[in-house]
Write a new protein. Structure first.
Length: 139
């Protein structure tokens, strides 16, 4: 009698756990969310600015296209030093639309070296960060 009672209790517990764990909808990820991720495609991710004179300020642009199926939102664009400053679109970029990130580099204080600066683009893409680079020989 006790064995039968224990068996019934265990069966009820197993069925309860199975029922409640199978009905959790908050853990389900829709396949179209995975397939329709937003992506960004740059024409180039490296620009060589050539030879510069110390103190010279130059500007270059990285053109891109939203190759995803959702609006592209760029959250921030930062350089690894204060001598490079980036300007980027603040509004969402629709699918198949293009835009550009403009980088202004001030070579003051960099005489006699080859510089390489990295620009990080944070957006609603996978991966979320894209790295761009500029380089120059400063005389």
């Amino acid at each position: 009698m006790v064995r039968k009672f224990c068996f019934i209790i265990i069966a009820v517990l197993v069925l309860s756990v199975t029922f409640f764990s199978c009905n959790k909808k908050e853990n389900i990820v829709s396949a179209d969310l995975i397939e329709n991720s937003t992506s960004i495609k740059f024409d180039k991710d490296f620009i060589d600015l050539g030879k510069l004179t110390s103190g010279e300020v130059v500007t270059c642009s990285f053109k891109f296209k939203n190759t995803g199926k959702h609006d592209l939102i760029i959250s921030s664009v930062t350089a690894n030093c204060g001598c490079a400053v980036a300007d980027f679109p603040r509004e969402p970029i629709s699918p198949n639309q293009e835009g550009q990130i403009t980088v202004r580099y001030d070579s003051e204080g960099s005489a006699g070296i080859r510089i390489t600066k990295e620009i990080s683009v944070l957006a609603n893409t996978s991966p979320s960060t894209t790295k761009l680079r500029i380089a120059a020989d400063v005389n």
